[in-house]
Design a binder for this molecule. Structure first.
Ligand SMILES: [Zn+2]
Length: 471
């Protein structure tokens, strides 16, 4: 499986050639833990989950690092407003972040380094930039990176350097593309920081946001690594600054492949609190949607296309997922018939699902084309249903369909039918009903079916036994 991805640095789709064959080292910019993450954030984490699972599907061993920004303007402001220490304040949102990842079925990274645990590494990196003449301390005591000293600055964002004014100094972590200028590596302590400060050769203060990712990626992945990702919002200034810091300090290329996912819009508009269309994951769960349904919507669009998140898309995901679940139930029943899968006469497993697996893999290998990958899933479902309808699918054929679906789900993480937790009370009635049916007491069987229905569950009798589903 040869993979190709769009590289934001070269603006071309390129074949992936890992630095160490068989392995991929990948860094993804993680959350700033000052609030609950919103669905725009999760679109980027979902794209990274799809990427990472696709790399693993292709047989690559992935080392995946995601940072946690637990000190910056926003976290300090939030902790001071709440009147709690920074560490306690961010701990709440770190915990919430991991709960949200689990809800969405996003696999854990190999390591989640937190910025506050790596300040010495950041000070060392700033020291290196100082030695090499790329950093200076300004009259405000903060340390800045001198953009004019780096002839490569702007190569990721494809900036026109002629418009840059080297005299401009920017101490905010986030700023607009028009504000090209020297950015803060170390921010001198001021009163707004409260008791948040570390000692450094340049006086007390705290690291800038950008230096955190350069220092922590080098620590866990080495000075040059394979893939760096993030939302398109991170491309400038954050990723541009990461490149400048890392490459000026080491003299080596920082990252081979830069991948960015496009924006998420809600009902066609930019998500914002003032527009009333701003949703955290928790907001959507409170409206009755499941993590699985939200995952399906977030995966459904190609990562380089803006994704329009709409409530009718969530409703459609419910329909699509129940089609897949019905297929799974049908194949499971068929696979369990006549003593289970026996194989085709020559002893080989039926190969009809293979072509769907092949189109699935080649869709993902071509710059993570998830819409085409889902089309392959539904082609498998449609063909399986057609064969079953025609009575030409035996147990082995059904088992092969289930195996193909499970392989696809190793990447998509959304196809497996969630096991409905059957309440003990319902299970007891179901067992009792099975007993009276064996005794051919049909009246009592019907009464028990109604009792189960009153608890919100439907029993359907099939030739393979009773099937229970939520009403
Ligand atoms: Zn970053």
């Amino acid at each position: 499986m040869d993979l190709s991805f769009y590289n934001s640095l070269t603006r071309r789709v390129e074949p992936l050639r890992p630095l160490v064959p068989g392995t991929v080292r990948m860094y993804t910019c993680g959350p700033t833990v000052y609030n609950y993450a919103h669905i725009g954030n999760f679109r980027a984490y979902m794209f990274e989950d799809l990427l990472r699972r696709t790399l693993e599907y292709a047989g690559l061993a992935v080392t995946h690092v995601m940072n946690l920004t637990d000190v910056d303007d926003k976290t300090i402001r939030g902790s001071r407003a709440a009147g709690v220490p920074l560490r306690d304040y961010t701990a709440t949102y770190k915990k919430a972040f991991f709960e949200d990842l689990d809800t969405l079925g996003i696999e854990r990274a190999t390591v989640y380094p937190a910025a506050t645990d790596h300040v010495p590494e950041m000070i060392a990196l700033i020291g290196k930039l100082f030695e090499k003449g790329y950093a200076y301390q300004a009259p405000d005591k903060s340390v800045y990176f001198s953009v004019a000293k780096d002839p490569d600055y702007g190569k990721l964002a494809h900036l026109d350097r002629s418009g840059m004014r080297a005299s401009v100094r920017i101490s905010n972590d986030e700023y607009a593309k028009d504000d090209v200028g020297d950015f803060a590596l170390w921010k001198a302590w001021d009163e707004a920081d409260g008791d948040v400060k570390w000692d450094s050769p340049w006086g007390p203060g705290r690291p800038g946001w950008h230096i955190e990712c350069s220092a922590m990626s080098a620590k866990y992945l080495g000075e040059t690594f394979d893939i760096h990702t993030g939302g398109i919002d991170n491309l400038f200034p954050h990723h541009e600054n990461e490149i400048a810091q890392a490459e000026c300090a080491t003299g080596k290329p920082f990252v081979k492949l830069w991948m960015h996912c496009a924006h998420l819009r809600v009902d066609g508009e930019k998500m914002s609190k003032s527009a009333g269309n701003f949703y955290t994951l928790r907001d959507l769960l409170a409206k009755g949607y499941t993590g699985r349904e939200i995952r399906y919507v977030l995966l459904g669009g190609h990562y380089r296309q803006p994704l329009n998140f709409a409530f009718d898309a969530l409703a459609a995901s419910r329909t699509a997922l129940s089609r897949i679940d019905e297929f799974t139930v049908r194949m499971e029943a068929l696979a369990a018939t006549a003593g289970g899968p026996v194989g085709s006469p020559d002893g080989q497993a039926p190969s009809w699902p293979d072509k769907h697996l092949e189109s699935f893999a080649s869709a993902l290998a071509d710059d993570l084309n998830s819409p085409l990958a889902f089309a392959a899933v539904f082609a498998l479902v449609n063909e399986g249903n057609r064969l079953a309808q025609a009575g030409s699918l035996d147990a082995a054929g059904a088992a092969a369909a289930l195996a193909a679906l499970a392989k696809m789900d190793a990447v998509l993480g959304v196809l497996a039918r969630p096991a409905a937790a059957i309440p003990a009370e319902v299970q007891a009635l179901l067992d009792e009903r099975a007993a009276v049916r064996r005794a051919k007491n049909w009246a009592e069987s019907d009464r028990l079916r109604d009792a189960i229905a009153a608890l919100g569950w439907t029993v359907k009798d099939t030739k393979d036994g009773p099937r229970l589903s939520k009403s």
